[in-house]
Ligand binder design. Structure first.
Ligand code: NAD
Ligand code: MG
Length: 390
């Protein structure tokens, strides 16, 4: 029996993870559920899954959580704030790290240090703190299994045991990208894009932040950095290919010319079921792939002139140090401002580029250095917005 904590339980990944868990009550039980502010949704999940611990990250909502759990007749232990998330991250043996953004870094590091099996969806944590996360995993002796569909696909296409990639004969990895809702459009056509248009992803139903990242291609940029850290692969061995059907989730090319791919319908429950049960396989509730019905799979190069965030991410990865942390922080501010309609869609990449130019990258020697870089970049990005867009 695995005891699973879901951090980000009320989100899109949280819902997919709980759907898989509910299908296998003999294998999994929920040790903790954590959410940001949605008390009613969290209580409904507690009623259904009966965790030992319920955590609301925003402490202001703790009294509401306490009274609603009591009215529901539940005796669930209650936590809040950063400490609550840390307690949740060590409440069982497996953690689904599905908080969105930098807010998930601390609990992801805690889970890694504690030797948990970390099912990582929170890509921003690895982009911000790749080296520290790897060190924490080593220290804890647990394992990380990627949930991001591309990285889960690569994990599945690599030899068991994650050997040194050069010795395993890996030439490169190819991350597939759907191209998002604006694939094929040029910059002039993107000037008046609204949050609703950007969040209407053609193939995946996801949270708002990652939906905007998919529309700008920053999602793929973050995933390039994620692949570098998770698989120890050099940036020049990571390529991106646009594949509009989202059926091939990524590919690994070997020196003998073999290319291994993982295919499936675009449903995150496949990656979650794979990671929850690994190395076994369990039913995920996903509709089987019908290749006759799909009939065609298309591949094309990404349009790097229109979607400039992809190259900004490659540049930050090449610069090293805190540059990816600065990139991530500027992107979080930019996406937030776009969703609040204070920043135009095309200004997202401009803001990230200006922030990278304004904040110097320094070597990463500690978590404090990273947190300082994150805060400095957020302040710089906000200053640039005030100057240029308000
Ligand atoms: P979402 O917006 O649907 O859910 C986010 C979850 O995080 C919610 O439960 C929310 O309560 C919680 N949260 C938000 N801010 C928080 C804070 N400050 N403190 C604590 N909890 C907080 O997002 P999502 O689509 O489920 O994505 C979650 C993560 O998984 C992201 O990093 C995303 O990039 C990654 N991911 C998502 C998908 C997908 O299909 N949705 C695919 C790959 C990777
Ligand atoms: Mg992905």
């Amino acid at each position: 029996m695995r005891n699973v904590a879901i951090l980000g339980a009320t989100g899109s990944i949280g819902a997919s993870a709980l759907d898989v868990i509910a299908r296998h009550p003999q294998r999994f039980r929920v040790s903790a559920l954590a959410a940001h502010r949605k008390v009613d949704e969290l209580v409904a999940l507690c009623t259904r899954f009966r965790p030992d611990l319920a955590v609301i990250a925003d402490s202001a909502f703790e009294p509401a959580l306490r009274s609603r759990l009591a009215s529901a007749g539940l005796h669930t232990r209650i936590g809040s704030g950063e400490q609550g998330l840390r307690d949740a991250a060590t409440s069982g043996d497996t953690v689904v790290a599905a908080i969105v953004g930098a807010a998930g870094l601390d609990s992801t590091l805690t889970a890694a240090r504690a030797g948990q099996r970390v099912l990582l969806a929170n890509k921003e944590a690895v982009v911000m703190a790749g080296a520290l996360l790897l060190a924490a995993l080593k220290q804890g002796g647990g394992q990380l299994i990627p949930i991001d569909s591309e990285h889960n696909a690569i994990f599945q296409c690599l030899p068991e045991g994650r050997p040194d990639l050069a010795r395993a004969g890996v030439r490169r990895v190819l991350l597939t990208a759907s191209g998002g809702p604006f694939r094929g459009r040029k910059r002039a056509e993107l000037a008046t894009i609204t949050p609703e248009q950007a969040c209407a992803h053609p193939n995946w139903s996801m949270g708002r932040k990652i939906s905007v990242d998919s529309a700008t291609l920053m999602n793929k940029g973050l995933e390039v950095i994620e692949a570098h850290w998770l698989f120890g692969i050099a940036p020049e061995q990571i390529d991106v290919v646009v594949h509009r059907e989202s059926i091939v989730h990524s590919l690994v090319e070997y020196v003998d010319g073999s290319v291994l791919a993982q295919l499936g319908n675009p449903d995150m429950r496949t990656a979650l079921a794979h990671a929850l049960a690994w190395p076994e396989r369990i039913d995920a509730g996903v509709t089987p792939l019908d290749l006759m019905k799909i009939a065609q799979l298309n591949f094309e190069a990404p349009d790097r002139q229109t979607f400039r965030c992809l190259d900004l991410a490659y540049r930050a990865l090449a610069a090293g140090g805190t540059a990816p942390t600065i990139l991530n922080a500027a992107n979080e501010i930019a996406v937030g401002a776009f969703l609040e309609r204070t920043l135009p869609f095309l200004a997202i990449s401009e803001l990230i580029e200006s922030t990278l130019a304004a904040v110097a990258s320094v070597p990463v020697d500690s978590i404090e250095t990273l947190i300082h870089a994150d805060l400095t970049a957020r302040e710089a990005a906000q200053r640039i917005i005030r100057r240029a867009f308000c």
